[in-house]
Design a protein around this ligand. Structure first.
Ligand code: HC1
Length: 587
């Protein structure tokens, strides 16, 4: 520890900290529009300037390390004038249109302008060149609103290993975007929306489906079904001033009914269905390898529920496409069974059902309109709202979310196990699959108090585990003694590392889970802003809490899953399942 002086007060701080971190620890918040928690400073916005005794110029607090005896001043007239001028200059070139901007009320530039008491723009000047890029189904970019903070460049390049966005040009002419003014759809953007999650202003956003959903809700000819992804319940509350990690499953259900949805169902139901299908597919692939000695079988098998990961594999690792499970994601399985199985129960045609998803992920908007996703005879999922969009709809409908009673989801697609809940966390799909596969193969029950596969939980980028299969049931005797090797990666740069290790033969696995976003879906690009590791951990704990609070914790024990197989699907990987629940991807 070292001693520094902040605004005339001595403080003991860790010598590894930056001035920004040290002042925050001392309870003083310094504004910044570029620094992100969990990422090194870029010093791009310069808004965090402070005076340091002995230094001629103001110093950027985010990129200046503390030293013994350092004297820091954070609110002198010189500091305040410099910050104010910086914000005024940003505002002068920013195509803000605050009243009509999608980020009105949720904009970091607006916040700092308000906090600094800026009431006029003293330097009216040339505006940044505008231009809307709405080439992708998931995202819209408005370069006139970009403040060149480069957060999107960092997450796209370093966290996701995609590199679709980068700075080009110099000075006032600098623009952030795909190369050569191309559109996002022309470059390997996976539409994960991590850029939109960190953008401080309205420069990158999800493509809104709110108006389409309002219209469907008003249409008397449509039965409008909503499904909610596992990660929504642990994050939606943040839009209503609950602490991150507050579970709002019951209030969310009631709010959806009040919005006018005819049936309120759960993507978790089809997460359980995914485990039945994907588990069977994995065991089938293993049988081909072990019993039939079929060297052509594609192993390891990869999970397929995260659409950004599918797009990443299509762009960068097409040789691994045969390894991706043929299971559609739970979102898409839901759409196809809602428009067939549930439509049949209602006596309606697929065309009379509108399926709306609430997802933490912007790439789900892209997934829903992929050409493969219409096995019900029409588009399986019609509209996808992010968590943020659902919160906006609830607010715009005047629903007092915090005072809602807890509601229950509808039958027959609203009941789910704890295994489905944990799909939201990195490692969760793997753990859910192990819960079911172990019991099917060995015939022995996993004890409820010891269900978590600790090795695949947590925020480490790549996690590995192995499971020795012993005393297998006669049907699965070929697996006797097999050491099932599994891995989970989250964030596509971690997926890239894992794929490179597989490609070079450094690693061998049987089953690999890949989730596009850091932390898994709880850290999705459509979740409430602003998400860092501390928020991710709180949401993850909430998801585990939801799982642990249930009696039903394994997918194969879900009675509504047994019901859909007996009434409609037949068996996992059977003909109808194959048609409605599976697909395959090509580059
Ligand atoms: Fe996910 Fe999934 S867990 S992909 O992360 O498999 O988005 O929450 O809905 O489909 O179930 C997202 C979350 C989600 C699917 C499920």
């Amino acid at each position: 520890m070292i001693t520094v002086t902040i605004n005339n007060q001595k403080c003991e701080v860790d010598e590894s900290l930056s001035v920004l971190e040290a002042t925050r620890k001392a309870g003083i918040n310094i504004p910044t529009l570029c620094k992100m928690e969990d990422h090194p400073a870029t010093g791009a916005c310069r808004l965090c300037v402070v005076e340091v005794e002995g230094a001629r110029n103001l110093q950027a607090a985010c990129s200046t390390p503390v030293f013994e005896g350092m004297e820091i001043r954070t609110r002198t007239r010189r500091v305040r004038e410099a910050r104010k001028t910086l914000v005024e200059l940003l505002l002068s070139e920013h195509c803000g249109e605050c009243q009509t901007c999608v980020r009105n009320g949720d904009c970091e530039l607006q916040d700092v302008a308000r906090e600094m008491g800026i009431r006029e723009i003293r330097y009216p000047g040339e505006r940044c060149a505008g231009g809307i890029d709405d080439s992708t189904p998931a995202l819209t970019r408005d370069s006139g609103k970009c403040i060149k903070c480069r957060r999107c460049v960092t997450v796209c390049g370093e966290v996701q290993g995609v590199g679709a966005l980068f700075p080009q040009g110099r000075g006032f002419s600098t623009r952030i975007g795909p190369a050569f003014t191309m559109d996002l759809d022309d470059v390997p953007c996976v539409q994960c929306g991590q850029c939109a999650a960190v953008c401080p202003v309205g420069a990158i956003n999800e493509r809104s489906h709110q108006e389409e959903v309002w219209a469907a809700l008003q249409d008397p000819g449509q039965h409008v079904v909503v499904q909610t992804a596992p990660a929504i319940r642990a994050a939606l509350g943040e839009c209503f001033n609950y602490e991150p990690g507050t579970l709002v499953t019951g209030k969310m259900t009631t709010a959806l009914r009040k919005l006018g949805f005819d049936s309120v169902f759960d993507t978790n139901f089809t997460a359980d269905l995914t485990i039945m299908e994907e588990g069977t597919e994995l065991l089938t692939r293993l049988k081909r390898l072990v019993v039939e000695k079929d060297e052509a079988v594609s192993l390891p098998m990869f999970t397929s529920c995260s659409p950004g990961w599918i797009r990443f594999a299509e762009y960068f690792y097409p040789e691994f496409l045969p390894n991706i499970s043929t299971c559609k994601s739970p979102q898409q399985m839901f759409g196809s069974v809602a428009k067939t199985y549930y439509a049949g129960k209602l006596g309606k045609k697929a065309e009379e059902i509108t399926v709306v998803s609430v997802m933490p992920c912007t790439a789900k908007k892209y997934e829903a309109q992929r050409p493969e996703m219409n096995d019900s005879g029409v588009r399986d999922v019609d509209f996808v709202l992010t968590t943020r969009e659902l919160a906006e709809m609830i607010k715009s409908a005047g629903i007092d979310f915090r005072n809602l009673d807890d509601g229950e989801m509808d039958a027959p697609m609203g009941l789910s196990s704890g295994a489905a809940d944990i799909f939201a966390n990195t490692g969760g799909v793997m753990e859910a699959a192990i819960r079911t596969a172990y019991e099917l193969v060995t015939g022995r029950e996993l004890p409820l108090e010891n269900l978590h596969v600790e090795a695949v939980a947590g925020l480490e980028g790549i996690k590995e585990a192995s499971l020795k299969l012993e005393n297998c049931q006669p049907d699965w005797a070929f697996l006797e003694g097999v050491d099932l090797k599994v891995a989970a990666a989250h964030g596509l740069s971690n997926a890239r590392k894992l794929l490179e290790a597989l490609r070079s033969g450094l690693k061998e696995y049987h089953f690999v889970e890949v989730m596009t976003c850091p932390g898994g879906c709880i850290g999705g690009g459509g979740q409430p802003r602003y998400t860092d590791d501390s928020v991710r951990l709180k949401r993850m704990h909430a998801i585990f809490q939801e799982d642990e609070g249930k009696v039903l914790r394994k997918s194969h024990n879900n009675p509504q899953i047994a019901q859909i197989y007996s009434e409609f699907l037949g068996a996992p990987l059977g003909d109808r399942s194959h048609h409605l629940l599976h697909t395959h991807y090509t580059a």
